[in-house]
Design a protein around this ligand. Structure first.
Ligand code: MG
Length: 390
């Protein structure tokens, strides 16, 4: 059968590493240091982060000469993800039609599943390639990805300010007040850096921001279920909007116990990649808000997760990670097609700065994202970003 949209001719990958002045999650704390590879381990959540904004871009060129761009999670060991694209996924899809993107996604997922690769770096690589194929598909037909998915419901999506990267509680409160002053209606603080106490931080934020602002907390997988329930109940009198990621990601039973034991919505899912990982949590109602991360899911899985959540009457509040803007654009494309998206996460310290490397009309101002209107994902890397190829 002849291809309908285009024919995939070439797949290329680029690791990008953009220096930043203040590391993600704020200044270094005592005992934290940047190692020889540029990483640091946060003591609060025992998690490794890059000291730069690191990401992996994927370029797919069609026989037509049109180019699709994708991006996936590349914040640690991006060489591993790149090798999967260069050595395994890219060569397999040469000659195929980007209009078959969802079928290609299934075929590539199948390549390694019997060996146990249905998550991690393998699916991250698949996610980035999937975004590039949807982009090429949209460009081939001259329409945005949201049209390919069935239509755009939202031209804008409310953004909540994620993380208050300042050293002390009073500085973080002041920072939150500043953002609310710019028109943002939601703010999330990170319990992992609430050194003055998590309840104290919630109380101080509520007092400073007044009753109308939505305040969320990210618990960074730190707690056993009963501890989490006790803590979240203490936050409820301050009208917590949602509690995120209280228990270890493997602890599905703990997530269920917390979801059923608290009086506010539980949000989770940023670390999950596929409909299979989400399905068991959605079926058992382990949360009431799902937080798919485009850099892990790609467009095909994100759309599947979003529809599944919608069918279960759950809300979708997508996660936003380190990106030069491409997977953010893809995330907004899919989110714009879903019914119930009260917010999309906004990583101000990453999004605003890295947007200068992206050709797009996507923006975030006065509390709202503008969903990009261009064809495909509606965003392309500018030449300047390739000055930061690692
Ligand atoms: Mg989080």
């Amino acid at each position: 059968m002849a291809n309908v949209v285009d024919s995939i001719a070439k797949v290329e990958t680029f690791i990008i590493s953009i220096p930043r002045e203040v590391p993600y999650l704020g200044p270094l704390k005592p005992g934290e240091a940047i190692n020889a590879r540029g990483y640091l381990v946060r003591k609060g959540n025992r998690t490794i982060y890059p000291s730069t904004d690191m990401t992996l871009l994927i370029k797919v060129t069609g026989e037509s000469g049109k180019v699709g761009w994708g991006e996936c999670y590349g914040i640690v060991a991006p060489e591993a993800t790149r090798a999967i694209v260069d050595d395994v996924l890219g060569p397999v899809i040469v000659g195929r039609d980007p209009g078959d993107v969802a079928v290609i996604h299934e075929d590539l997922y199948d390549l390694m599943r019997v060996r146990g690769f249905f998550g991690g770096f393998y699916v991250d690589a698949l996610a980035g390639l999937d975004i590039a194929l949807w982009d090429l598909f949209g460009k081939g037909l001259g329409v945005p990805v949201s049209t390919l998915l069935g239509g755009r419901r939202h031209a804008t999506i409310p953004a909540y300010v994620s993380g208050l990267p300042r050293a002390t509680l009073s500085e973080r409160v002041e920072f939150a007040v500043e953002w609310v002053g710019k028109g943002f209606a939601g703010v999330k603080f990170a319990a992992v850096v609430s050194d003055e106490g998590i309840v104290a931080e919630m109380a101080a934020l509520r007092e400073a921001l007044g009753p109308k602002v939505d305040i969320m907390v990210d618990l960074h997988w730190k707690f056993e279920a009963a501890e989490a329930i006790r803590l979240i109940r203490k936050l409820e009198p301050y009208d917590l909007y949602f509690a995120e990621a209280p228990c270890a990601p493997e602890d599905l039973e703990g997530q269920l116990r917390v979801a059923q034991g608290i009086g506010v919505p539980l949000a989770l899912g940023e670390e999950l990649r596929t409909v299979f990982e989400y399905r068991q949590r959605i079926e058992r109602r382990a949360m009431s808000i799902v937080q798919p991360e485009m850099g892990h899911t790609g467009i095909t899985e994100f759309a599947g997760i979003g529809r599944m959540a919608q069918a279960a009457h759950m809300r979708v509040i997508p996660h936003a990670s380190i990106s030069v803007g491409l997977f953010m654009a893809a995330s907004l494309q899919v989110a714009s097609t879903l019914r119930d998206v009260p917010y999309h996460e906004y990583q101000h310290s990453i999004f605003d700065r890295n947007l200068e490397f992206t050709g797009t009309d996507m923006s975030c101002a006065a509390g709202n994202y503008l969903v990009p209107t261009g064809v495909g994902i509606g965003a392309e890397p500018k030449d300047e970003v390739f000055a930061f190829v690692r």
